[in-house]
Design a protein around this ligand. Structure first.
Ligand code: SF4
Length: 133
């Protein structure tokens, strides 16, 4: 008889900019200045849907997170999130020197952008509005 080593499952990656139809987490509010005010501790997406006004797309008012759908998303390159990469490339110079400079968000341990791009993704993240119509 052999002792099987049970390895932990890899964490499910979360998309930090997902439409309401896929959302499970209320990540933050969009401020009048167009920045994200992150919500911590973690709150369910239902709370965001309840506080959003009905005369504009919810994705223009709040940021929502949900399970990364990989190949079912147009940004998926086959290996990583192309949107997270593009954003991180644009904000490399804005990356602060310390972990303490990162925004306090509720999904960092599972965030797809952070896992693939590191702190540059977080530097870009607060500027992202999912729906800009
Ligand atoms: S702040 Fe960083 S870890 Fe948090 S959702 Fe944005 S990219 Fe992901």
């Amino acid at each position: 008889m052999t002792d099987a080593v049970r390895r932990p499952d890899p964490p499910e990656r979360m998309c930090p900019s997902t439409p309401a139809t896929n959302a499970t987490v209320f990540l933050g509010m969009i401020t009048p200045a167009g920045r994200v005010a992150y919500v911590t501790p973690q709150m369910p997406a239902d709370v965001a849907l309840a506080v959003a006004a009905t005369d504009a797309p919810v994705e223009s008012q709040v940021r929502l997170a949900g399970p990364c759908v990989t190949s079912r998303c147009g940004f998926w390159t086959g290996e990583h999130c192309g949107l997270g990469k593009r954003l991180a490339d644009s904000y490399q110079e804005a990356v602060g020197p310390a972990e303490a400079d990162l925004p306090r968000c509720a999904i960092r341990r599972s965030c797809r952008w952070y896992a693939e791009q590191g702190r540059a993704a977080c530097a870009a993240c607060s500027h992202v509005v999912t729906d800009t119509r």
